[in-house]
Design a protein. Structure first.
Length: 207
């Protein structure tokens, strides 16, 4: 029965399908070993737009799979208070340095993800958004809400007006932009102004 289930069940991404970045298998194995054994690591890490990797001493705390990207939750030995999330494919070399990792007191990966968000947090304060969707574009939100406090009404012209408290992230903006002309941001005013500027930039780009 289990084999039949596996043959008939698939999980599809909600966003554009992407090819997984290439991760060095030896690097991945050493990182996983360090996580399981509580080891500190000496790594060569390639930052965005850098031409050469840099040496770092890190304390691995957890692994998160975000879409097709595996991210290592960690601290750097030079900055133990700042918990980071680094893509595994940017690690170009990894070795245990013989030291035990230094873990922040009472660290919880779930609390970190809830507090920090890997969706590129703009601020820790939630946004109370009000958006107006064309019916076909927004109907799914009547069945799969944005938040526990989401409310919606159908307007006289057949659109769906939604209010919800959501995290203030870049991912929220990417998601709203993906609906194009099928959604209008009404509130907050600051977010509406952002979208005015973005739409102006798009108009100039395609004019």
């Amino acid at each position: 029965h289990l084999k039949k289930w596996r043959d008939r069940v698939r999980v599809l991404p909600q966003t554009q399908r992407l090819i997984s970045p290439s991760v060095d298998q030896e690097v991945q194995t050493k990182i996983y070993d360090a996580l399981l054994n509580g080891w500190q690591l000496e790594v060569q890490y390639l930052k965005v737009n850098a031409k050469k990797p840099e040496r770092r001493i890190i304390n691995p705390l957890g692994i998160v799979l975000q879409g097709v990207v595996h991210r290592l939750i960690c601290t750097m030995d030079s900055d133990l208070e700042n918990i980071r999330h680094l893509p595994l494919h940017r690690f170009k070399g990894v070795n245990a340095n013989g030291e035990t990792l230094v873990e922040p007191e009472d660290f919880s990966i779930d609390e970190y993800l809830e507090d920090q968000s890997l969706s590129f947090l703009r601020s820790k304060k939630d946004l109370k958004i009000e958006v107006l969707f064309e019916t076909l574009a927004g109907f799914h939100l009547t069945e799969t809400p944005l938040s526990q406090d989401q409310k919606y009404i159908e307007t006289k012209d057949g659109k769906i007006r939604i209010t919800a408290s959501v995290s203030d992230t870049e991912q929220l903006r990417w998601w709203l932009l993906s609906f194009g002309e099928n959604v209008e941001v009404l509130k907050p005013k600051s977010l509406r102004n952002e979208f005015k500027e973005r739409s102006g930039s798009l108009n100039r780009l395609y004019s």
